[in-house]
Design a protein around this ligand. Structure first.
Ligand code: PRP
Length: 183
C-alpha cells in the first residue's frame, strides 16, 4: 500500500557534487515533479510516526522541508515555521551555521517561543549537520523538541538525540538502494 516512496527512490538519478553522490528525488529536490499521491503518502506516514501530543509548532528548514511541512500542517492543523536562508533581523531571530555533506551556509530561525513544544521534520539526513544546527537554535530559544523525523535517512547520523525516519537508503554512483522502511 505504501510503496510510492520506496519505488520512486529506487528509480531516481544520481549526480556527482564533487565526491558526493547526490540523489535527485521529488521529496528531496522537488524535481522533476512532486506527485500529490507521493506527497500524501509521506504526509500520512509522518502523522502515523510522529508524537504530536501537545505540539504547538512544526519546524522545517528552507527549501526542501517546506512542501512536507505544509502537507503535515494541513493534515494536523499545527502551525508551521520555516527556517530561512535569508536574514530578517526580527527581534529574537537566531542565526545558525549549517554544514551538509556538500555545502555550508547560514540559516535564520524565527517564530519559536520559550516553552513551546515542537516537532522538527526534514527531507533528508546525510551528515545530520543541518538538523544539529536546527536543534541548537531551538534549545537556545528554550523550546522543547517532542520528536524529530526525516523522510529519507542516508548514512549514519548522530544528532545527539533519538530521531525517526521513514526510509533508510544507501547511495552509490549507480543508484539508490532502500535498506530499511518504517511502515
Ligand atoms: O544531513 P545534512 O548533511 O545536513 O544534509 C541534509 C540537508 O541538506 C539538504 O538541504 P540543503 O541545505 O541542500 O538545501 P535545500 O533544502 O535548499 O535543498 C536537505 O534538505 C537537508 O536539510
Amino acid at each position: 500500500m505504501f510503496n510510492k516512496l520506496t519505488e520512486s527512490l529506487e528509480k531516481c538519478p544520481i549526480v556527482k557534487r564533487g565526491e558526493y553522490n547526490y540523489f535527485i528525488h521529488p521529496v528531496s529536490d522537488g524535481v522533476p515533479i512532486v506527485e500529490p499521491s507521493l506527497l500524501r503518502e509521506v504526509a500520512v506516514l509522518m502523522v502515523k510516526s510522529l508524537d504530536l501530543e501537545g505540539v504547538t509548532k512544526i519546524v522545517v528548514a528552507e527549501a526542501m522541508g517546506i512542501h512536507i511541512g505544509v502537507a503535515l500542517s494541513l493534515m494536523t492543523d499545527i502551525p508551521l515555521t520555516i527556517i530561512r536562508k535569508r536574514e530578517y533581523q526580527l527581534e529574537g531571530e537566531i542565526a545558525l551555521h549549517q554544514t551538509t555533506g556538500y555545502s555550508k551556509g547560514e540559516l535564520y530561525l524565527n517564530g519559536i517561543e520559550k516553552g513551546e513544544k515542537v516537532v522538527v521534520i526534514d527531507d533528508v539526513f546525510s551528515t545530520g549537520g543541518t538538523m544539529k544546527a536546527i536543534l541548537k537554535g531551538i534549545a537556545e530559544k528554550g523550546a522543547e523538541v517532542s520528536d524529530v523525523l526525516v523522510v529519507i535517512k542516508r548514512g549514519e547520523c548522530d544528532i545527539g538525540r533519538p530521531y525517526k525516519y521513514l526510509v533508510e537508503i544507501e547511495v552509490t554512483g549507480d543508484g539508490v538502494r532502500v535498506t530499511d522502511t518504517k511502515f
